[in-house]
Design a protein around this ligand. Structure first.
Ligand SMILES: Nc1ncnc2c1ncn2[C@@H]1O[C@H](COP(=O)(O)OP(=O)(O)OP(=O)(O)O)[C@@H](O)[C@H]1O
Ligand SMILES: [Mg+2]
Length: 352
């Protein structure tokens, strides 16, 4: 990558959080003069991607939005998500690469379909913001609220576990008409995907194909559901490649990736069999499960035994893989797996 390109990427990455001191940051990072740093910013200004405000020391730079639109769509019984796409976002993305448009089309229509089919909201608020760095689509309804809906329909103990269930995929509260794929795939196609509903905020972000899941409790309560989708228009990701990651040879959605951390409620440790049972709920719908232990510092023996021995022995056809386990976690997993194998061999030997 040329230095010019590197500096431009650096500016795009840091401009939002550092409008005041981005020039200083360029000077430090690339060991160039202030004058040179300024000239990089000026060329972005000349291209219409960035704009500046204020003079000399007070000068600040911002990304210029090419599109910043809001729409209010009434939900009528015959409203179709594709019509909403055509009437709102589509025209602004005409000149973008096919892979970008296809991801935006998929995600947007899935989330709008959810509002129409699940939210009981009478309207959808849509926001589209496009600049050099990202395409942002925000879809907000004023209905029942996604976490509340899932908690009630699945009779979960609390809304927090709705996030765990959503992350597994194949979760639907209307199995006759739906399969539970919308949020699973959409959340993995975008660079950032978030849901805010009530006082819970759930965010996933893709960073080098690795997924980071975060939950925050908000002071502000949002009635309904607000989903935000962010995509870097320079992405090379395709919707097909995301589907491929979770599909088998017959193009069936059969693999999942579960952040184990989401099974923890309010910072508790993962120690008990009941926590493991909560984690494995609906695992039998998949043939391959990647258990991601990022953010889990320790697990108890009973938790691991339930997961890697009891559940695994009861479901030998399910391939369970673990990733991002630290040494302590891995030691416990290896121990129970070994015990499981010894147990199996012994029971085979015991047979007449
Ligand atoms: N805006 C919303 N308001 C209330 N509940 C929602 C909303 N969006 C999604 N949900 C809940 O989340 C569940 C999962 O949504 P998701 O889009 O992943 O699957 P689905 O819509 O059921 O199936 P599919 O998307 O494959 O048609 C839904 O079944 C519904 O219970
Ligand atoms: Mg859906």
């Amino acid at each position: 990558m040329s230095l010019k390109q590197e500096v431009r990427d650096f500016i795009f990455k840091h401009l939002r959080d550092h409008p005041h001191d981005v020039v200083r940051m360029i000077v430090e990072r690339f060991e160039v003069s202030r004058q040179t740093a300024n000239s990089y910013l000026r060329s972005l200004v000349d291209e219409g991607l960035v704009y500046g405000e204020g003079k000399t020391k007070a000068r600040r730079y911002f990304l210029k939005d090419f599109v910043n639109k809001a729409f209010d769509i009434p939900v009528t019984p015959d409203l179709m998500e594709d019509t909403v796409w055509l009437e709102t976002v589509q025209k602004y993305l005409r000149d973008y690469p096919k892979n970008v448009v296809s991801i935006c089309h998929h995600g947007f229509t899935e989330i709008v379909n959810n509002v129409i089919d699940h939210s009981e909201s009478s309207k959808i608020d849509i926001e589209v913001i496009v600049n050099a760095l990202q395409i942002e689509m925000v879809i907000r309804d004023h209905g029942i609220g996604i976490f509340e809906k899932i908690k009630n329909d699945l009779r979960l103990d609390n809304k927090w576990y709705a996030i765990l269930e959503l992350s597994k995929g194949k979760l639907t509260t209307d199995a006759e008409k739906h399969t539970g794929e919308g949020i699973f795939f959409t959340s993995r196609m975008f660079d950032e995907f978030s849901i805010w509903s009530d006082d819970l905020f759930f965010r996933t972000s893709a960073d080098n194909q690795d997924w980071i899941f975060e939950i925050e409790e908000k002071d502000l309560v949002l009635k309904g559901t607000c989903v935000s989708l962010f995509l870097d228009p320079r992405t090379t990701r395709t919707a097909r490649e995301v589907f491929n990651r979770y599909e088998d040879e017959d193009s069936r959605f059969s693999k999942t990736h579960v952040p184990v951390r989401l099974a923890k409620f309010e910072g508790e440790d993962l120690v008990s069999r009941s926590q493991a049972k909560r984690l494995v709920t609906r695992f039998e719908k998949f043939t391959e499960i990647v258990l991601d232990f990022r953010g889990v510092s320790i697990i108890g023996q009973a938790f691991a035994d339930e997961l890697f021995r009891v559940f695994q022995n009861a479901h030998p056809g399910i391939h369970m893989i673990y990733v991002n386990a630290n040494q302590d976690v891995e030691r416990v997993i290896k121990h129970v797996r070994l015990t499981g194998q010894v147990g199996q061999q012994l029971s085979l030997l015991d047979e007449p």
